[in-house]
Design a protein around this ligand. Sequence first.
Ligand code: BES
Ligand code: ZN
Ligand code: ZN
Length: 505
Amino acid sequence: MLAVFAVDLATGKDADPMPTLLTTSDAVTGVTGRFLRGGEFKATLGETLLLHGPGGLKAERLLIVGLGKAKKLCPDQVRKGAGTAVRFAKPRGVRDLAIAFPEDKALSDEHLDELPCAPTARALVEGAELADPDYDTYKTDRNDKAVASLTIVAADAERSVQEEVRAGFAEGRIVAGAQNFTRSLVNEPGNVLTPTVLGERTARMCAEVGLECEVYSTEKIKELKMGAFWSVAQGSEEPPALIVMRYEPEVGAGAKEGAAASSMPVVGLVGKGITFDTGGISIKPADGMEKMKYDMAGAGAMIGAMRAIAQLKPKVRVIGIVCSAENMPDGKAFKPGDVVTAMSGKTIEIVNTDAEGRLVLADGLHYAKTLGCTHLINAATLTGAIGVALGRLNAGLFSNDDEAVERFEDGLKVSGERFWRLPCTDDYADQIKSAIADIQNTGITRYGGSITAAMFLKEFVGETPWIHLDIAGTAWDDEQKPWMAKGPTGIGVRSIVEWVRGYSV
Ligand code: BES
Ligand code: ZN
Ligand code: ZN
């Protein structure tokens, strides 16, 4: 099957659609012309039209895939379009798929240069890879169909263009492979993926890609005096896991001429790895609680990002830290009213045991600083409130450093992911003042719940440039998209990887 992209040139709300192919191939335009003029295909994003036995083409089938309005044309549309082609092909048993590399010169001048070669090739491959998994691992009648080969057909034979497409292709495979690894972890049920198993799978992945990895448990957590992390872990039969991954750039690559290695940035990636969140003694309602198996999606994002970093080899040191535990109610569980001491020495009054993510991250962030991290990022399914504030399209971003945010936003242009910055200024700090300890783990009022959670984390990063990603509303998608299966999204991986690469010397 050959897939060819099309966009809608029409502008204005009531204008009739003007579908136009992103190819200059006469053979393709020849067989599709009357369908495009006939109005049955409008080229909206994710729309498809299949033609059998197209005359003059080698392919048995020709699939036209809509990318939406020409005005909005960008690599992310191509990512989704490629995914749509794969998800169309997969259940129909198509084994070999070719996608025509989109030619924006098929359009008028004003749309030219919207699709730079390498980023477009990368987005195309990412979209295709991300479209492949279906989360039916636990179904006994699972349908194991898959597309076996993907070929990009590029009309431009110029050597430099070919090289760019190849480079983009290779990068896309790495990044999407990492994101799919994250998604496979996030999909696992809580009885399968315990903190211990998360540690084992992470260690195995690290060995495969050449990352150093240490997995610790109760003893080390107590030795490090991680009282906040331990308070969450203590109520479960399953031991916690503190996972530390290290990426070191190749010798000689680390420093610029004359620059000391010690002046190089060390980027710390910290993930919330609650493999199941019952809420603890402040137990959650039964309705929807099964979803709390994805409360380790922040950890998953960091593990996936480390995998991609190991393969992309940026010239920057990176340390990945995952704080993993199960939040359970039990005779030994922590209780509302308890006061615990974090690794940093700060005392915390536990007001609600369901606000556990910020507790494990408090110690993870502080630990990252003690390991020498100069820049920090954390990802966490931290608050239900972030979904209320931003819906399912944007994830939340909080930071104490505008420059770090600028770099992150540069990366979003490549990743195509959407994060929206919310305030995290010191005038919100009153919200987490405790009557008996330094701080408390929930806001005094319920307003701005995602912000108070971010303010809590901020207490533990100090002056270190830091970004907090709240992905509770975006890590799981219940809606099937034409380009991606429903379930775990792997949000964060692509943007975190780009952010880290931004610090490469
Ligand atoms: N894991 C939840 C947040 C969450 C909610 C993730 C929905 C994914 C989907 C977190 O630990 C939590 O329970 N947060 C509480 C905080 C509250 C007690 C201050 C919440 O959001 O209700
Ligand atoms: Zn919780
Ligand atoms: Zn949680």
